[in-house]
Design a protein around this ligand. Sequence first.
Ligand code: CA
Length: 250
Amino acid sequence: MYGHEFTKDFGIANIGQTSCILIVEDEEIIQEMLAVALQEQGYKVVTIADGQSAVEYLESFEQDTEGFCCDLIILDLMLPGISGLDICHLLRYQGNPVPILILSARSSEVERILGLEVGADDYMSKPFSMRELVARCRALLRRQRISTSHQTAIFKFKEVILNTQERCVLVRGQQVNLSPKEYRLLELFMSSSQRVWSREQLLDTIWGLDYVGDSKTVDVHIRWLREKLELDPSNPEYLVTIRGFGYRFG
Ligand code: CA
């Protein structure tokens, strides 16, 4: 009924399997479906059914020096007690940067804008596809990991070196100029070497979920990147095409 597909094979490697996801949802069936689907993907799940308990749960972590509560919150809007929007607003007001994906039965544009303006990172309206929800959760968790792992990494593979601190790329000893999107693509590939990325995953991660273009955008950027990295762009050794799926680095 909510298009949930408990398929284990999502065709991609599960990364961040130990991430903890907090589900705040009062509809028992949806809460259960979410929990099962996310646990199947290897995530740790905490479920809460009303707004007041969610706030208490989140505030119980404030004493914690790290302020850690979870890596992602799936937040229903219409909750008994305190609404999802208020919870979202409160978390951002307190400076909590945890990624928030809002779920709502109300899908008008106003709601959508409102949800994002109070600091939510993504929004899905019910009924939703469980497969899409899992993919979006994964994208949010990945984006967070990328943004927090920026410090001083230097990635090297064969003749390509990427320095995240100086934001520069050397290919066969020569510095190459990359556009911001090309750079982010390369950084993503090099920080997850050997991982196969689908075009959709690359779009979600680099262009964001709100991007309205299609996956050909990815192919175009890969082509440009190949021209800058590869000795023979038509026979790439770095940005390898995985037929019918996407790309892999190395
Ligand atoms: Ca509800």
